[in-house]
Design a protein around this ligand. Sequence first.
Ligand code: FE
Length: 200
Amino acid sequence: MNRETKTSRRRFLLAWSAVPAAVALLPWSRAEAGELPPTRACSDKSEPTPPQMAGPFFKPRSPERNSLLVPGIKGTPIILTGVVLSTACKPVPGALLDFWQCDDHGDYDNAGYTLRGHQFTDAAGRYRLETIVPGVYPGRTRHFHVRAQAPNGSVLTTQLYFPGEPGNEGDFLFQRDLLMTVQDAGNAKTARFDFVLKLG
Ligand code: FE
């Protein structure tokens, strides 16, 4: 191999090694523009999102809203987006997503509905939640709670986790499959999680 060929080969390899980083950044620039990237490539069948316990703080009849931000709320804003898919990788429009979480201090609002809300996926199966990064409370790592249900489907109750949390490894419920992708966006964060529901 002469010097010229070696250089071209190195350039070729460098060009390709840069691709994953560029691709990884793409969804976030689109998400910031308010547009979700296309559904991830997936095979014929995907594993359903695993269930987890609801814990003691679920309350039925949360308000319908996709922003849990209220004036004066403390904490780091985070926008969580994603799609709800079937195990055959088809978007699920009209799926119910009911989120609840603790506040910045690790407390749940059990008297009212602060940091609780439900919404339905759009025609492309997409959802968007504006909220704050939940605090932590004794015995648990940082997490969101969510119930997901396709129209006329059964309820999936689960929890979503943050990557890089010191509490993850020691948490008795933590599951890697339930990690969101989280990125910093100035003083806020963006997160992504796609749910996979077993229909019928
Ligand atoms: Fe909790």
